[in-house]
Design a protein around this ligand. Sequence first.
Ligand SMILES: CC(=O)[C@@H](O)[C@H](O)COP(=O)(O)O
Ligand SMILES: NCC(=O)COP(=O)(O)O
Length: 257
Amino acid sequence: MSGFGLGQLRLGVNIDHVATIRNARGGRHPDPVRAAHIAVEAGADGITAHLREDRRHITDEDIARLSVEIDRPLNLEMAATDEMLEIALRHKPHAACIVPEKREERTTEGGLDAAGGHNHLQRFVSELSGIGIRVSLFIEAEERQMDAAASLGAQVVEIHTGRFCDLALAGDGPGRERELDRIRNAAAYAASLGLEVHAGHGLTYETVGGVAVIPEVVELNIGHFLIGEAIFSGLDSAVRRMRSLMDASRVRQASQG
Ligand SMILES: CC(=O)[C@@H](O)[C@H](O)COP(=O)(O)O
Ligand SMILES: NCC(=O)COP(=O)(O)O
């Protein structure tokens, strides 16, 4: 149950890094699909998985199994390539979130340049939407990127919270607040364009509250921190704690009016 007064805030659990641990030995344990089941039982509203071109963690088989074995929406993160488009059209996940990818990156370093890549992206957005897949663009908190997403016909934008989280981790209070203001303004602007607003990347127990109270944000996608916490407290406990922090933030915000 999310905060009273504010809309329901969904939690999408990204299970990429369960696959990172599995792939370290090349076996089948730990199983990302088993993790997805545990996350759903613990309160996840959906599962996010990033099928990278280099398959460094989530594999094609993981996506195939998640597509049929999990009874919650699957949010497939993908690069805008013909290979990934074919896979998405084949499995028809609830949503496809188009993210930028560079092989040499350790993790996603920035948002998709929807404005600069408008012509390249149009075919992907049209073909995915054309068969009923909700298309999300993982973008920076910038109005021009929101304008591009709306003009492309994407239904959803996911605002990159990585810089906010990095500033928080570095103890840069003023910088963190400036970035959070940027995210707040971008969320309100995106909603005014009729876009559904999600947020994610790098969120932790410490940073989730600042984003959870943004009224236009209806979904948070959180993965790496939760899988890390799961090593110490178990995945069920980590997801439940994140869920309760999200809900408590919304209740606090609603009670303050
Ligand atoms: C787009 C994003 O921020 C993440 O969902 C993405 O999955 C990060 O890539 P890794 O999971 O490979 O770190
Ligand atoms: N799109 C963000 C996501 O799915 C999870 O990002 P992270 O929590 O693993 O950094």
